[in-house]
Design a protein around this ligand. Structure first.
Ligand code: SF4
Ligand code: SF4
Length: 409
């Protein structure tokens, strides 16, 4: 792993205002967690003198970046914590953490056997064994695997995609590939209606967010380099449908892994932002079905808030005439990727998300919409409200033929 670019000067920018501590969801529920100011800039002064000052309680940081969003001084609080966890942190359960972090490897093993794997993962006895032996909480519902990978479906449709006059690349991510190909299919449908054929990258690896969170910096760096090389070779922008993959490749590759992604960063764009910008520029038009009716809430994922991109998804969804959309107040859902799957974190994960779950239950919507797949898992588990990506909703609400005609030239 390369050295990162957090300089001691960045620590000196801390004003000791404690605003970061005020908004830290982990500090609010866990007395063992020192909070962002202490874990970040304050602790870093000591760690720079002697790594012995590394505090194992930094493992509780959710990497939600809420501290950085409120910091009036631009201190890279969460980046400081993430870098130190990679440098000095030790996995509490190496086998479990490796399994949870290896989304590509586990997905490629589980997907062909999905009809067996899915029911087995839901059995009480399996959950008890995973809880007792691996330290994966028995209370967690695993996302289902798909027996057909998105890339297999895409290969059968790749030739059709080449017929479109314009092309766009898609970074699908592990969740679309192994668990939820429908999101990828909806993306392709939407792009086709807008007059774009879809291409996949020459090579795509998991963005590495779970590897970073679980302390496997070297593996994350290897995967990041593969992605950056492929994105660099792509002759168009590279669209994504996961806010977390987007954020990881744009910001964490540089800030946490220390990689130079300056020539790729601006090519990596969440689809809702790209689409909104194209509509604003008059380059794309969408038409919607008159019979589409839905009452939904939009949840802002923490990483979406950090990028400042939530308004693109919200404004795009507001273009759907039949969608009654309410935007929820921003609260962390508490799952933080693989964090909420670990036995020792489950209660924290649930408690952090409580306000969000209560807000959703009180509104009793048909649907929640959010750009992050792990927020989706958490919301569905604790509220039972089906939760979708904005791209799923746009693809459902869109009048495909009319949109295609509008974008024919
Ligand atoms: S990233 Fe989130 S959990 Fe970690 S210190 Fe900042 S606010 Fe707290
Ligand atoms: S919000 Fe920023 S300036 Fe204020 S204490 Fe936290 S790190 Fe320091």
């Amino acid at each position: 792993m390369q050295e990162t670019n957090i300089s001691p000067a960045n620590l000196e920018m801390c004003l000791k205002c404690n605003l970061c501590t005020e908004v830290c969801p982990m500090y609010a529920v866990n007395p063992q967690y020192p909070g962002p100011k202490q874990a970040g800039p304050d602790g870093e002064r000591y760690r720079l003198r002697d790594p012995e000052f590394f505090d194992a309680a930094l493992k509780y940081c959710l990497n939600c970046k809420r501290c950085e969003v409120v910091c009036p001084s631009g201190v890279k609080v969460a980046d400081i914590i993430a870098v130190n966890r990679l440098k000095y942190g030790k996995p509490s359960h190496p086998l479990r953490d490796r399994m949870l972090a290896s989304t590509d490897f586990v997905g490629s093993l589980a997907s062909p056997f999905a009809p067996v794997v899915n029911p087995v993962l839901g059995l009480g006895v399996t959950k008890s064994v995973m809880d007792g032996v691996l330290g994966i909480t028995e209370h967690r519902t695993f996302p289902k695997y798909s027996s057909k990978k998105f890339v297999s479906w895409f290969k059968r449709h790749a030739a059709e995609q080449e017929q479109f006059p314009r092309q766009i690349h898609y970074f699908h991510g592990c969740y679309v590939n192994y668990n939820y190909p429908q999101l990828g299919k909806d993306f392709v449908k939407l792009m086709n209606a807008c007059g774009y054929g879809v291409k996949l990258l020459e090579k795509e690896k998991c963005c590495g967010v779970a590897l970073i969170a679980n302390g496997f910096g070297d593996q994350a760096t290897k995967q990041a380099k593969v992605n950056l090389e492929s994105i660099g070779k792509a002759d168009t922008e590279v669209l994504t449908t996961s806010s977390t993959c987007t954020f990881t490749m744009r910001d964490e590759y540089e800030h946490v892994l220390g990689l130079d992604n300056s020539s790729q960063r601006e090519k990596i764009i969440l689809t809702t932002k790209w689409l909104f910008d194209k509509i604003e520029a008059g380059e794309i038009r969408l038409a919607f079905r008159e019979d589409f009716k839905m009452k939904a809430l939009y949840h802002i994922p923490c990483h979406m808030q950090k990028m400042g991109w939530e308004q693109y998804s919200i404004q795009l969804l507001r273009m759907i005439p039949g969608l009654e959309l309410t935007v929820l107040e921003q609260h962390c859902c508490g799952i933080s990727g693989t964090f909420g799957f670990k036995k020792e974190n489950y209660e924290f994960s649930k408690e952090i998300g409580q306000t969000l779950f209560e807000d959703i239950k009180a509104a009793a919507p048909e649907t929640v919409i959010t750009d992050c797949e792990t927020c989706k898992w958490q919301i569905e588990q604790f509220t039972k409200v089906p939760t979708f990506n904005p791209i799923n909703i746009l693809a459902q609400a869109m009048d495909f033929e009319k949109t295609q005609t509008l974008n024919a030239n």
